[in-house]
Ligand binder design. Structure first.
Ligand SMILES: Cc1cc2nc3c(=O)[nH]c(=O)nc-3n(C[C@H](O)[C@H](O)[C@H](O)COP(=O)(O)OP(=O)(O)OC[C@H]3O[C@@H](n4cnc5c(N)ncnc54)[C@H](O)[C@@H]3O)c2cc1C
Length: 405
């Protein structure tokens, strides 16, 4: 598939054995897409006793979800314009410890949840000025952070370059390892009775009498009371929705890589964030270095320019990276809406959408899964998710005229 992300090395392989089930004729809920959003919703719904089938056209996590760094970082991510998202981001972060405990218990797998926080760094006077602006924005928004001098920052991370001039410590930011989370979700889904079918492309939604009744695939139909569209960057134009329901979602490409840290090379303890790059140390010794932000549509492949930009950004604050072995590099497509915030809503009878999580899909997973579970149980979005419906884009929310068997 031309629009599939690129991977070199093992970092994006799921560390969980998995075989595809055969296509069932019916399910209470059919989920399109086995990314973190689709799997977490499937798992939570299966826990409520519903029969759930997930259909994935490539592999589990093949979209954005195994490309992510796994930062749960509402403080470091906070920037001008993101105030409307902040309450949901903080709410979801607060749900993560419970989500982690449930997921680890359900799967028997550790997800490498780390609580050391993010260091946001500046080098030189101009960057320090912008960092001060960021700090005052965080403070005005009620985010708990601490201003650090260059020496303070280096005391916390001795491998930083001496020219680091200042920093902000975002103590409440956390992180997970995406590969472990996706493996744990896969196993938790299977243990909860979710049927996972892949590769299996959903070619169309089945409409009848003004509501969605299931999905159509090359292997046959699956009838379902509810279809959940969690197809990430593929849920926008030219996706499965009729023109009158089309969502303002597009792919934002990110290129990233992993380097291996050892006792000889040293590593970081915190996540590190600069204007050019972010770095996140994982429990297996990998240091994830990412990521480009490219509004270029589905353009597969890794570019020298993209990888150079992230490596140069990393070397600027962490000179020791020169000695670290590159073990993997990859690209992925963030599902991005026109206001960079998620879209969680009932689009039409029988059709729920959960997409547009942009660069915060991991952070927003527990809140999204809980919101969709509540929507399906009660017919209404819970208060914490009510601002993230499709109505904010002023799209006409009405039943499509076209009907097919
Ligand atoms: C480089 C990079 C770094 C990131 N870092 C972070 C981070 O640190 N923290 C954070 O919170 N977020 C991060 N993100 C964002 C995060 O990865 C995404 O928001 C999240 O993974 C989106 O999940 P999803 O399930 O909606 O989409 P995806 O993971 O893309 O899943 C959608 C799935 O749907 C499948 N699909 C599409 N169409 C069909 C069809 N017709 N039939 C069947 N299947 C279909 C696709 O194959 C895909 O597997 C990062 C993203 C990138 C690219």
């Amino acid at each position: 598939m031309a629009d599939q992300p690129t991977t070199i090395g093992a970092r994006r392989q799921l560390g969980e054995a998995w075989t595809s089930a055969s296509l069932p004729a019916r399910a209470d809920v059919a989920v399109v897409g086995a990314g973190i959003i689709g799997l977490s919703i499937a798992w939570r719904l299966a826990q409520t006793g519903r029969s759930v089938t997930v259909l994935e056209r490539a592999r589990i996590g093949a979209g954005a979800s195994l490309a992510a760094t796994g930062m749960l970082a509402p403080a470091a991510e906070h920037e001008p314009g993101s105030d409307p998202l902040l309450p949901l981001a903080l709410d979801s972060l607060a749900r993560w410890p419970g989500f982690r405990d449930d997921l680890q218990a359900a799967s028997g797998l550790d997800i490498d949840y780390r609580t050391h926080g993010t260091l946001v760094l500046a080098i030189g006077r101009d960057e320090v000025e912008r960092l001060r602006f960021r700090h005052s924005l965080q403070t005005r928004s009620g985010i708990r952070t601490r201003w650090l001098s260059g020496p303070d920052a280096r005391e916390r991370e001795p491998m930083l370059r001496p020219s680091v001039s200042a920093g902000i410590l975002c103590e409440d930011d956390h992180q997970v390892d995406p590969r472990r989370v996706m493996a744990a979700l896969t196993r938790a889904c299977r243990r909860a009775g979710v049927t996972l079918v892949a590769p299996c492309t959903v070619e169309a939604l089945d409409w009848a009498a003004g509501r969605v009744r299931g999905v159509r695939t090359p292997e046959g139909h699956v009838q379902a009371e509810t279809v959940i569209l969690a197809s990430g960057a593929w849920s926008g134009a030219e996706g499965l929705l009729p023109a009158e329901l089309a969502l303002p979602v597009r792919p934002i490409k990110g290129q990233a890589l992993a380097v291996k840290t050892t006792p000889r090379t040293g590593t970081l303890t915190h996540m590190v964030w600069t204007e050019q790059v972010h770095m996140a140390p994982k429990g297996d010794g990998d240091l994830i270095v990412g990521a480009t932000v490219e509004d270029c549509g589905f353009r597969s492949g890794l570019t020298a320019g993209g990888l150079y930009a992230v490596l140069e950004g990393a070397r600027r604050v962490l000179p020791g990276i020169e000695e670290m072995e590159v073990t993997a590099m990859w690209s992925g497509y963030r599902p991005t809406s026109d206001d960079d915030a998620p879209i969680v809503d009932e689009l039409a009878p029988g059709l729920v959408v959960a997409t547009g999580h942009h660069r915060n899909g991991y952070l927003l997973t527990p809140a999204t899964a809980d919101a969709v579970t509540a929507l399906i149980a009660t017919g209404e979005l819970p208060a914490f998710a009510r601002n993230f419906g499709v109505a904010r884009f002023r799209l006409p929310v009405r039943e499509p005229e076209r009907q097919s068997a």
